[in-house]
Structures are given as C-alpha cells and as structure tokens.
Design a protein around this ligand. Structure first.
Ligand code: NAD
Length: 471
C-alpha cells in the first residue's frame, strides 16, 4: 500500500477506536490516546470495551504492530503527522454541542506541537469549530505555519462500524489548505485507489478495486454542515415515516406496505423508512438539536428540525399508550422487555427509546424483566437489578409468566423467535412490537394479540379488541 502516515487518534470510543484500528488495517502507524486509564489498560491487553462486529479480530491482528494505546498525549502528538480528535461532543443544556472536551484536547495538543501537524476534527461538531480550533492553537502561541485544521466527519453506524469505515459511501475532507488536504488524501489512498480491496486479507464490503471509495474535498464549513445535515436528514426520514404510520393506523392502512411503496421510488429509497419507536443513540438526538441551534444562531428559520425531534419524542409516548391500552392498568403487571440497546447490533444504550419506555412503565408500577444480547451490563448501571427490574438470560426466560411481551430493539434474533415456545412461556399471549418485526398474520396464527406500529392490531380470539382506548 502507499507510504504509511503516522497518525494519532485521540479518544478510543465507538469512533476513535474503530478509526484507529481501521487506519492500521490500511497500513498506517497509529497511536490511540485516551484519558480513561482503565480503557487503555483493557485495550493494551487486547480487550475490546464495546460490542462491535469485526473489531476484536481486527484489533488482535494489529495490536502492537499497527496500533498502540496510551494515555500519554504529549508523546503521541510529537510522534504523529496527523492528529484525529474523536472525543465526545454531547448535547449541552441549550441544545448546542458541548465542545469542552474538544477544547481541552486542543489546548493539550497546543503544548506539544514542535513540527507541522494536521489536526483533524473527526468528532461531530458545529460549523466554525474548525476556526475555533485554529484560534485556540494561536492563543496558546502555536504559529500558523505549524498546523492546519481539517474537518473529516465520520459516518459509520454502530454495529457495522468497521465495514462502514473501510467501505464508506463517501469520505468527506473539509480543508481550507491544499497541504492538509493532501495529507488526508494520502491517509485514505488505500481506500480511494482501491489498493486495499485487492489485498487477499481485506475485509469485504460494498467497495471494490474497480469501484473504490470516493473522497470529496470541500471547505471546512461545508464539511461540518454535511455531517449535521446528513444526520438530520436521516432523522427526518425516520420521523416522517413515523408520522405517516400514525396516520396509517387511524385509517387501517399498513405502514409496511406504504414504506415499501414509497421506498421503491429510487428518489426516496427504502432505508430509514422503518416505522417504530423512533430513533435514539448518541448521535441523532444531539445532532438534530445542535444543528437547530446552529441555524438559530445564524438567524435561519429551520423549525423543521424541532418537528423532527417532537415527532420522535411523541413516538415513545404513543408506544407507552399502546401498552396501557392493551393491559388496562400497569401496577403489578409483569412485562417482558426484549431489547435495551438503542438499536440492534450494538451495546450502546445512550438515549435508548426502549429504556425510556421501561423507566416510565416501572414508574407506573409495572415489573419488567429485560433481555438484550449485548446491552444488559451497561443498562444495569442506569437500571440496577431490583424487584421492579430483572434481567433474563434469553428472550424466553424474560417472557416467563409475562402479562405482555414488548419488543423494544430491532435485534435480528427478536424477529426469529420460536413463537410456540414464546406462547407457552407467557401468562397472556400479548406482544406489543415497537419495531414491527413480525407480520400480524403470523402472530395471529400463533395465537397472539399483536399490536405494532402503523398497522391494524390483531386480537387473540378469546381476548377481543379493548374498547375505549385507541391502540
Ligand atoms: P465515546 O464517548 O464512545 O468516546 C469518546 C472517548 O473520548 C472516550 O473513550 C473518552 O474517554 C475519550 N476522551 C474524552 N476526553 C478525552 C481527553 N481529553 N483525552 C483523551 N481521551 C478523551 O464517543 P463516540 O461515540 O466515539 O463519539 C465521538 C464523536 O464522534 C462524537 O462527536 C460523535 O458525535 C461522533 N460520531 C459518533 C458516531 C457513533 O456512532 N458513535 C458516529 C459518527 C460520529
């Protein structure tokens, strides 16, 4: 592959760790820095602190060869040509992104710049962060010739992060300097020339040597906005289909048919048209809020972004009301909760819609037994085991003697349950599916009352449709 670049990645979370290991995979020398000593120790010993497909194998392949872990930022900066900042940018009280972690890292970098460095914002940040980083470096006495700041937003999805990184739809580089853009082009060259995909041990995905990854160079401001606008647009698609689902439900139409009919239009596309409990996670909620804040600061009317958020929040309430409508009262009811992660294939529970719903159900007096293939340990930190909140070893154990089963996360395995076994486990055969993982007809044939999103509910013969409350 092309000449390796010495890279420092600051932050070893979902983005930083994946980026660091993938940069090693495409032939670079990487030092990954984190100020969480326990995390660094785990990583040095070959442990992976997050649940992410392909990551353990790739880390084992490159640990102490292409990638090393440290908490010593000073020496990592001194030894690197490009410094990627991948620390968190959580939502602040006003809705704006809290950039204090970024600023802290930049101030520290400033103290250790002794030769030309390209500083890359990989974290999701509002427009003009690039300028602010330059300003902070100047304030700390770093001269203009010694650095450039580049925006290189990350578009990976948790659960498929490694493949997304190595087979990106696009790589965006926002650079106001050609010298810096060139360093980024060198870093991504194995993906953009297709050399990586020709290697016998490369990980397979959508890119090939004949159709390699595309790299788009823009101004720093444009790159910053591309990231916020992309996430806001995906969130918009989810909220849009959820609003349509609510309409579909009220006229006995089927949102799955509607989404298919819409998604077959190539101008619309089928992705992110899945009705359900709405979006969550560490990105969409905060990025929609931060983007709205940016627009507001610039005096631009972008109230659409507020509506996206409102529809998303309402979706959780609508689901809660479906549970209530199906069970009449909640005090003392035993509920099986399938799924805790904010989506399938990850252990990330940040702003998980399912956990929000569980909290509300517990407040109303229900007893919840939850199962999630990957997110139970993290959930125990926010919902410790108690007489109201239990954790099970599998979906059937969670469903044992339950008054109703709730599907909260779209893990594939929850869509392939043994329905005969599930029916035998529960006290009453009621499934309230917040992710539309089953066909109503299938559930009906297996003797369930089945309530989902944007589709007519089907009722168990002996239970009938509850009157007085909309499902
Ligand atoms: P994370 O919370 O998982 O990881 C952040 C890491 O940075 C932590 O390990 C933390 O210990 C470390 N850190 C914080 N301050 C530090 C410091 N001063 N020095 C060294 N390390 C420090 O966050 P994440 O999910 O990886 O997200 C990082 C950024 O990437 C955010 O801006 C996010 O919006 C963006 N992003 C996330 C995703 C995603 O799917 N998670 C996707 C695209 C973009």
């Amino acid at each position: 592959m092309s000449k390796p670049v010495s890279i420092c990645v600051i932050g070893s979370g979902y983005v930083g760790l994946v980026a660091a290991v993938c940069f090693a995979e495409i032939g670079h020398h990487v030092i990954c820095v984190d100020n969480d000593e326990a995390k660094v120790k785990t990583l040095r010993e070959g442990g992976v602190p997050i649940y992410e497909d392909c990551l353990p194998e790739l880390l084992a392949k490159h640990l102490d060869r292409g990638v090393e872990f440290t908490s010593d930022l000073a020496s990592a900066v001194e030894r690197s040509e490009a410094i990627f900042i991948a620390v968190g940018t959580p939502q602040g009280e006003t809705g704006a992104a809290d950039l204090s972690y970024v600023e802290a890292v930049v101030s520290e970098i400033a103290r250790h710049i002794s030769s030309y460095k390209v500083i890359v914002e990989k974290s999701t940040v509002p427009v003009y962060t690039n300028e602010w980083i330059s300003r902070v470096l100047h304030r700390h006495g770093v001269d203009t010739q010694s650095f450039d700041v580049v925006s290189n937003p990350e578009f990976l999805r948790e659960g498929t992060a490694v493949i997304d990184f190595l087979h990106p739809d696009r790589i965006v580089v926002g650079a106001n300097s050609e010298r810096a853009a060139e360093v980024l082009r060198r870093i991504y060259a194995p993906l953009t020339t297709g050399v990586y995909y020709e290697q016998p041990r490369s990980l397979a995905g959508s890119c090939t040597a004949a159709q390699p990854a595309r790299l788009l160079v823009t101004s720093a401001q444009s790159a910053e906005i591309i990231k916020h606008a992309s996430n806001a647009f995906l969130a918009l698609k989810i909220s849009f289909i959820n609003a349509v689902a609510n309409l579909a439900e009220s006229v006995d139409a089927d949102i799955e048919d509607i989404a298919e009919g819409m998604g077959l239009d190539t101008r619309i596309g089928p992705k992110f048209l899945r009705a359900g409990l709405g979006y969550g996670g560490s990105c969409f909620p905060k990025d929609v809020a931060a983007f709205h804040w940016v627009a507001h600061q610039q005096g631009v009317n972008f109230k659409l972004l507020q509506e996206i958020r409102k529809i998303n929040e309402t979706q959780r309430d609508i689901f809660y009301n479906k549970v209530l409508a199906a069970l009449w009262t909640l005090r003392g009811k035993r509920l099986a909760a399938l799924g805790l992660a904010f989506k399938g294939d990850t252990d990330d529970i940040r702003d998980s819609p399912g956990i929000e719903v569980i909290k509300k159900l517990i407040e109303a007096g229900a007893m919840v037994t939850a199962y999630d293939p990957a997110a139970m340990e993290r959930t125990k930190a926010v919902l410790p085991p108690s007489d109201k909140m239990r954790y099970a070893g599998d979906a059937y154990e969670a469903a044992k003697d339950a008054d109703a089963v709730l599907i909260l996360t779209d893990w594939k395995q929850f869509g392939k349950l043994d329905l005969v076994r599930l029916n035998q486990a529960v006290r009453f055969p009621i499934v309230i599916d917040g992710r539309n993982l089953y066909k109503p007809q299938t559930m009906h044939e297996h003797g369930f009352t089945y309530v989902s999103v944007g589709r007519p509910a089907s009722y168990h013969a002996q239970q009938g449709k509850p009157r007085g409350m909309a499902l």
